[in-house]
Design a protein around this ligand. Structure first.
Ligand code: IPD
Ligand code: CA
Ligand code: CA
Length: 262
């Protein structure tokens, strides 16, 4: 691994742990919950606090880089091709009610491609990481996607935003189409952890429409480095696109065929 990548990785590990534990101390404070673009789209004071700390620490150490955060947008400092993409709390709806399934996601994207990704789940004390071309790890141990090749043995996960009514029909059609064909479908409520769970083989696949760069920048790199096949649905996959399907190479066509039954 190049020393510059190792520097970024070490920094991102420390930062993700620091703010993940900060968020853990704030969980379930409903007084901190505010509506964002609509009733179902919420933000908490903790999302804002974490994003502020993350942006400040990145700009102290990597002053020349841009930072894109979910809650405060892009801080443009230069045009060196390096953008840090941050989801301060992925799983805010869980977090706001005290459901301990959420994470912090930090990625360094260089010229549009994720180069380093770190995700920290403070309740499980699980730190996922990947550097492009160097494999994926959870708490320092290598991780790999599952070897399940039969749909009927697969546990899949999906997600959706209640605020995005335009996706309601396709979300429900997909869900019904899988009924009786897979072992189970889950909706855990953190797209980033869903990708990490594909990476470590806890689940066999994940798909979702209408995601944002901070939902996929770190998670997709970690899954890819763990051996996942990643495609878009009706579009090429890009962290700046909207859709993602992450699974292993034996399941991808089978899952896509059903997702495409509209
Ligand atoms: C959301 C979660 C959820 C997914 C939504 C995302 P947020 O992110 O990842 O699982 O279904 O599409 O917006 O708002 O908790 O950061
Ligand atoms: Ca998110
Ligand atoms: Ca978020």
């Amino acid at each position: 691994m190049e020393s510059a990548d190792l520097l970024v990785l070490n920094f991102a590990r420390g930062l993700a742990r620091e703010v993940g534990l900060l968020a853990k101390r704030r969980i379930g404070n409903l007084g901190w919950t505010h509506n964002k673009s609509g009733f179902y789209d919420i933000v908490t004071d903790a999302d804002l606090e974490v994003e502020k700390v993350v942006k400040s620490e990145i700009s102290n150490v990597f002053a020349g880089d841009s930072i894109l955060g979910e809650e405060t947008g892009e801080t443009k400092t230069s045009s060196n091709g390096r953008v840090w993409i941050v989801d301060p709390i992925d799983g805010t709806t869980n977090f706001s009610k005290g459901i301990p399934h959420f994470c912090v996601s930090i990625a360094l994207v260089v010229d549009g491609t994720p180069r380093v990704g770190v995700v920290y789940d403070p309740y499980m004390d699980e730190l996922y990481e990947a550097v492009k071309g160097n494999g994926a790890f959870m708490n320092g141990e290598p991780i790999n996607v599952s070897k399940i090749s039969e749909l009927k043995e697969a546990i899949l996960n999906t997600g959706y935003q209640y605020s995005a009514a335009e996706y309601r029909d396709i979300v429900l059609k997909n869900y019904v189409a899988f009924f009786g064909k897979v072992r189970a479908i889950r909706v855990f409520g953190s797209a980033v952890l869903d990708q990490c769970y594909v990476a470590n083989g806890r689940i066999d696949g994940f798909w979702e429409y209408n995601l944002k760069p901070w939902d996929v920048a770190a998670g997709s790199l970690i899954a890819k480095e763990a051996g996942a096949t990643i495609i878009g649905i009706g579009e090429d996959f890009s962290i700046y696109g909207k859709t993602i399907l992450v699974t292993n190479s034996s399941l991808v066509d089978k899952v896509l065929e059903i997702v495409n039954k509209r």
